[in-house]
Design a protein around this ligand. Structure first.
Ligand code: TRP
Ligand code: SF4
Length: 343
């Protein structure tokens, strides 16, 4: 009974449900593209109106794979914050910060490393997958194995209830739930179990039809000007049956049309589908309709980015303020966790 009384007090509101708290991060990989925009940033933006939000650049996570080539990390952090601002992330409504400026993440990670069995980490599917994919790099490091555990620390430091991520990240959120459960059971009921919130358009195709990714060289970046966007998307792969203008195709088998699904109106899509199936339009005509919408969305962002770029020190300022606010919350959680552990 005593154990029961101890539980469910600290992290819950009077109604017995924790207030929604959103946490998510991105590794500083360089220029953001349409995949990030539709896969994450649009939903982050929506969430900042509804919940307490913490969004950070995961520079420690970048080290797990880039430890041998760290030159680009600092530049990429700056570029990422500028991109966030450009798409409308608001440092007033969200706490925007840099992971390595909040040491509490690392302390929680250390504490979790004492209670989490290594096989839990070895069986996270991304572990073996990534090791195989990124061959030529020695990824037998402790840090790489611990990647999802650091992510668990990121998330629990703010007692997050919701974690907007792409599908590939769900196993990491699941591990976080297991970490929270184990901690709560061993010591005290401190952490809510966060839910992974799958963002709808998590898989945006690149110009070659594979998932859009900087490393594939198939991305449309948020820094691209209208000409660059037009050039890239005009060359995007389509239904291979449309070899000639007179060959009919099917939008269902067309990678480009997945962008139409995101960007065009239902009326436009219906008309273009008809045109594709009857070969009454060419692929370029069809794409032009979509390209117009993409440019209309990205161009104001590119211009806003340029405005922010003109303000010296704007990124530093935002990260200093965000770091302060993040540390306040994360340090309070850390103190609670240490006390629960008897430290
Ligand atoms: N692992 C995530 C990715 O590669 C980035 C990340 C780090 C993250 N910590 C996080 C995402 C915490 C959500 C919550 O995309
Ligand atoms: Fe794709 Fe449009 Fe060409 Fe059809 S007409 S294959 S939908 S680009």
């Amino acid at each position: 009974m005593a154990a029961k009384n101890k539980t469910n007090t600290k992290s819950k509101t009077k109604k017995g449900k924790p207030d929604p708290v959103v946490v998510s991060g991105m590794r500083p990989t360089g220029a953001l593209h349409l995949g990030h925009l539709n896969g994450a940033l649009k939903s982050w933006q929506r969430m900042q109106d509804e919940s307490a939000c913490y969004f950070f650049v995961a520079d420690w996570h970048a080290l797990t794979t880039e430890y041998a080539a760290t030159d680009a990390i600092a530049t990429n952090v700056d570029a990422m914050i500028l991109d966030w601002l450009a798409v409308g992330m608001d440092p007033e409504r969200s706490v925007l910060f840099l992971q390595s400026e909040v040491p509490a993440h690392a302390e929680l990670f250390l504490m979790y490393s004492m209670i989490i069995p290594v096989p839990w980490l070895e069986r996270v599917p991304t572990y073996k997958e990534q090791q195989e994919q990124l061959e030529g790099r020695d990824l037998s490091t402790l840090g790489f194995l611990g990647y999802p555990l650091l992510q668990a620390a990121d998330i629990t430091a703010y007692k997050a209830t919701q974690v907007p991520v792409g599908e590939d990240q769900l196993p990491h959120v699941e591990l976080t739930r297991e970490v929270a459960r184990r901690f709560n059971r061993l010591y005290d009921e401190i952490f809510p179990e966060p839910k992974g919130v799958i963002v709808p358009a998590a898989r945006v195709p690149g110009t070659d039809g594979r998932k859009m990714s900087k490393s594939y060289g198939n991305s449309v970046d948020l820094t691209d000007d209208p000409e660059q966007i037009e050039k890239k998307l005009s060359r995007m792969v389509t239904d291979t049956r449309r070899q000639r203008r007179t060959d009919p195709g099917d939008p269902k088998d067309c990678p480009a049309f997945q962008l139409h699904e995101i960007y065009c109106t239902p009326e436009e899509r219906a008309e273009l589908t008809e045109g594709c199936k009857t070969a009454s339009i060419g692929c370029l005509d069809c794409k032009k309709v979509m390209i117009k919408h993409v440019v209309a969305e990205v161009e104001p962002m590119r211009q806003r980015r340029q405005e922010f770029e003109k303000r010296p020190g704007v990124v530093t300022e935002i990260l200093e303020d965000g770091g302060r606010r993040a540390r306040e919350v994360a340090n309070a959680t850390l103190a609670e966790a240490k006390e629960a552990m008897g430290l």
